[in-house]
Ligand binder design. Structure first.
Ligand code: BTN
Length: 326
């Protein structure tokens, strides 16, 4: 592990550590520690205090991701679906990384997590804000015998995997927005990005990416172009350890991904409709420059959006839904 990450691990308790103690712990000079502190501030974006005579301290303690802890906390029956678990400190994007591994033939069930993404991607070409040591940036690669066209419902099914995890952890007040956003009080808590490659008639390879805000400061969230929230501000979410959340999410998401191959969206549809925050509401569907107004009438068996326009129900496969302003 690079020295800067070892220093961060030592400082993650939120207490003061003297330059001398850090230098002795890692067998380097105090000047070398000072240089690394600069990298930690600039590259990792962590807020650090340096106080003469006391040393260095992080503004907030961090709960860093622990591979062994996560692995052993995944329920045994779901753990068998995991082929590999990797945790990166800093990566471009866990989705981009797994897409590359997918092209090289890595097995189904490969999971990649990161403490920080410096080119995190959201849907519709957005960036995904991914500061170091908070939130969850998680990707899972799964291989299907199915054709890419048969996987459209998967993007909704995985939302159920996240909802089940939150329910199991006692989190309240979160629902789904088509196709796969998780909102609390109309603010985005988490989003899913599915990227599919494959032959026209199958097989296919899917990389599922989950970005889940656990703790974001106002400064970190300043560039997000939609209302957002984090788990610390959601009922029942404040004290959930990050490692536990990851383990519960992985258990549920792996089960959903494996189950979709056998049964498709059908076993998840009723549950999806129950969590659908906009069902029956007046919405706007933005498709490129096209703006369609209607009443959100649920989803069909492929996961497409049903919109009632002047008494007629139409089916839409893409676009961005928002509530129609009064
Ligand atoms: C959305 O726009 O709602 C989807 C956001 C998906 C973000 C996650 S973070 C982990 C994975 N890696 C990425 O670059 N994107 C996804």
């Amino acid at each position: 592990m690079e020295i800067r990450y070892q220093i961060v691990r030592m400082l993650s308790d939120g207490r003061f550590h003297s330059g001398e103690a850090l230098a002795a712990a890692f067998g380097v000079s105090r000047a070398a520690i000072w240089k690394q502190i600069g990298h930690i501030r600039e590259q990792l974006g962590l807020d650090l205090f340096a106080v003469r005579g006391r040393g260095y301290r992080l503004a907030q303690p961090l709960e860093l991701l622990e591979k062994e802890l996560i692995f052993s906390s995944i329920p045994k029956e779901s753990r068998r679906l995991l082929s590999k678990l990797e945790i990166h400190h800093r990566i471009t994007s866990t989705n981009s990384y797994l897409m590359e591994l997918g092209a090289k033939g890595v097995d189904s069930g490969c999971v990649s997590l990161a403490e920080q993404q410096h080119a995190g991607r959201g849907r519709r070409g957005r960036q995904w804000i991914s500061p170091y040591g908070s939130n969850i940036y998680l990707s899972i690669l799964w291989r299907y015998a199915l054709a890419p066209a048969d996987l459209t419902g998967l993007s909704l099914a995985v939302g159920i995997g996240v909802m089940r995890s939150l329910e199991a952890l006692g989190v309240r007040g979160v629902g789904l927005k088509w196709p796969n956003d998780l909102l609390c009080g109309d603010r985005k808590l988490a989003g899913l990005l599915l990227e599919v490659t494959g032959e026209q008639t199958g097989p296919s390879c899917v990389v599922l990416g989950l970005g889940f805000n656990t703790l974001l400061t106002e400064t970190q969230g300043a560039d997000i172009d939609q209302p957002w929230t984090d788990l610390a501000h959601v009922p029942g979410g404040r004290d959930i350890p990050r490692n536990e959340l990851v383990a519960v999410l992985l258990g549920n998401l792996l089960e959903v991904m494996a189950g979709f191959e056998r049964e498709g969206l059908a076993p998840f549809k009723a549950e999806w409709q129950r969590h659908d925050l906009y069902h029956g509401k007046a919405v706007v569907l933005q498709m490129g420059t096209r703006r369609i107004e209607g009443i959100h009438s649920g989803i069909d068996s492929s996961g497409a959006l049903l919109l009632e326009e002047n008494g007629e129900v139409k089916v839409y496969h893409g676009g961005e839904v928002s509530l129609r302003p009064l």
